[in-house]
Design a protein around this ligand. Sequence first.
Ligand SMILES: Cc1cc2nc3c(=O)[nH]c(=O)nc-3n(C[C@H](O)[C@H](O)[C@H](O)COP(=O)(O)O)c2cc1C
Length: 217
Amino acid sequence: MQQTKDLLRNLKSLTGPFPDFHTKDLPDYPSDLFVEWLYVAIEKGIHEPHAMTLSTVDKAGAPDARVLILKDVINNGWYFATSTTSRKGEQLKFNPKVALTFYWAEIGRQVRIRGVATEMPPETNSNDFLERSSGARALALIGHQSKELMQRENLDEALLKTKELVKEAPDTVSSTWKLYVVYADEVEFWQGDPERKHRRVQYQRKDDHWIHRLLWP
Ligand SMILES: Cc1cc2nc3c(=O)[nH]c(=O)nc-3n(C[C@H](O)[C@H](O)[C@H](O)COP(=O)(O)O)c2cc1C
C-alpha cells in the first residue's frame, strides 16, 4: 500500500512546456475554440485526441462514465455514435443530461462540456453508419452491447455470420446503432501550467447567446 502511495507521489504531472492560452479576444462560441484546440492537439501528435469520456446517470441518479469517439463538432453540438440498447443508451433515454470530458496530457489541456444528448434523425444515422468500417458495422449489427456474453465463442460465431451479411448486403443499417448530438449549455477550457497558475475559461449559454468568464484555478 505504502509502496503504491510512494510510487504515485513520485509521478510527475503537468510538467509542460504547454502552449499559450490567450484569454483575451476569445471566439463568441465555445465550439469554435474547441475546434482550434482540437487542431492544436492533432498537430502536436496527441494520441487519439478524439477520445472523450461520456458521463451519464442511471435511474437511481448514480453516475456512470466511459470513453467514446467524437464524430463531429458543429454549432456547439458534439457528436458521438453508440447503441441505443446499451447501458448508456438506456440511461440516455431516461435522462439525456450528460457531460463530455477531453484530456490532452501532452499539451496540458482539458475541456469539459455539459449538455443534453439527442438522437439524430434516421437519415443522418444511416449515412453515418454506412461510413463505418465493415468490421465496426458487423459488430454494431450484432447488437447486444453491454449485455452478458456467456462465451467468447458466441461473439466469434455471430461476427462470422454478420460479416457475411455485410458482404452480401453492404447497405444494411442497424436499427439500434445511433448518432447522438450533445448540445452544450456549458463548456470549460482548462490550460494547465507547470507553476500551477492554470487558466480556466467557462462559457455558458444564456438563451440564444453565449457569455464567458475566467474561473479561479
Ligand atoms: C478509445 C475508445 C473508443 C471507444 N469508442 C466507442 C464509441 O465510439 N462508441 C461506443 O459505443 N463505444 C465505444 N467504446 C467502448 C465504450 O467505452 C464502452 O465500453 C461501451 O460503449 C459500453 O458502454 P456502456 O456499457 O456504458 O453502454 C470505446 C472505448 C475506447 C477505450
